[in-house]
Design a protein around this ligand. Structure first.
Ligand SMILES: NC(=O)c1ccc[n+]([C@@H]2O[C@H](COP(=O)([O-])OP(=O)(O)OC[C@H]3O[C@@H](n4cnc5c(N)ncnc54)[C@H](OP(=O)(O)O)[C@@H]3O)[C@@H](O)[C@H]2O)c1
Length: 302
């Protein structure tokens, strides 16, 4: 199967590498061509436009920042939707609002293709290892067509409803994950006076109900950063976290509900970005909070 990937950011690159490692023929397109060079050197074909990519592929995966990026890549003059999509399967993996996926599915259908939304849980490492969690929305027959490919990318696939259901589920999953970074910073500021070594602290939290799954994956990086060391490669950065929280808040407004904890976390993360942390990994958010609370205290004392 010829696979086309639109968007070779952190996730798109890792997914392309995973598929190439399994012997798939992969073509890629990215707005910034420089970000396709690594994949080209590893054997990917680089398409000049999304339209050209779609023409040559049986299945197109896209994983892009947000709705504006989808709009530009699909609806531009040489976008994906300019190609005849008859018989083709499009798997849209970006974290966006459900209505974005529904609108796109109708346009793909009008061009003869089928669209599934499949946003994913897990970051760059799991993507490279085929260990993502795929939340799939779409027609059952399309999901079955996509399943062999999705199984090569995901450790678990959940078909949660019609097109856009994956997007709803992904926003819901990310809410407790993202506000956790703020609540964890607050928790750490409470036990900071104990002076416990960060690695030991992560180990204690991870073995209690105060520590969610993410600590197993990111606890070591967080401990390193708390000790003043390097948190390592950036997986899910602060700007992406803010984008997801804004998307959740927009979705909640459309649903007539409120997300007060998410709204307050976003204010704090906006402040972190204003302080220069936008491109840093999310683990730096609790580190910032605990340092900030320490400096507030010493400021007061002084
Ligand atoms: N990183 C993670 O751990 C993770 C995990 C699960 C899900 N996700 C989701 O996956 C998606 C991609 O995340 P990522 O971390 O791979 O982000 P990233 O590294 O910032 O890559 C974003 C991609 O979107 C493209 N893009 C942005 N604006 C565009 C525009 N106006 N027109 C065309 N292309 C545009 C970028 O192209 P350029 O290179 O030209 O900027 C790049 O290919 C997001 O929706 C994110 O929420 C991320």
């Amino acid at each position: 199967m010829k696979i086309g990937i639109v968007g070779t950011g952190r996730m798109g690159t890792a997914i392309a590498q995973r598929l190439m490692s399994l012997g798939h023929e992969v073509a890629v397109w990215n707005r910034t061509t420089a970000k396709t060079r690594e994949l080209a050197a590893q054997g990917a074909r680089v398409a000049p436009t999304p339209m050209q990519l779609a023409r040559e592929a049986d299945c197109v995966l896209s994983i892009l920042t947000d709705a504006a990026a989808i709009d530009a890549s699909y609806r531009g003059a040489q976008g994906l939707l300019a190609a005849d999509l008859s018989g083709k399967l499009v798997i849209e993996m970006s974290t966006v609002r459900p209505e974005t996926e529904r609108a796109l599915a109708a346009e793909v259908r009008a061009r003869g293709g089928a669209l599934l939304d499949c946003p994913v849980g897990g970051t760059v490492g799991p993507a490279r290892e085929g260990k993502l969690f795929g939340f799939v929305g779409g027609e059952a027959a399309d999901v079955e067509r996509a399943r062999p490919l999705l199984e090569q990318l995901c450790r678990r696939i959940e078909h949660v409803g019609a097109v856009s259901a994956g997007a709803s589920m992904k926003l819901a999953i990310n809410l407790p994950l993202l506000v956790f970074w703020q609540s964890f910073g607050e928790a750490l500021s409470l036990c900071k006076p104990l002076g416990i070594d960060p690695q030991r602290l992560m180990n204690i939290f991870a073995d209690t109900s105060g520590g969610p799954n993410v600590l197993k994956a990111r606890g070591a990086a967080l401990a390193a950063a708390l000790s003043g060391g390097d948190a390592g490669a950036v997986g899910f950065n602060v700007d992406s976290i803010r984008k997801d929280l804004r998307t959740m808040l927009e979705e909640a407004r459309a649903l007539g509900t409120e997300l007060p904890v998410a709204a307050r976390a976003l204010e704090s993360f906006d402040q972190a970005a204003a302080e220069g942390l936008g491109a840093s990994d999310g683990v730096m958010l609790p580190v910032r909070w605990v340092r900030r609370s320490a400096s507030t205290r010493s400021g007061k004392a002084g």
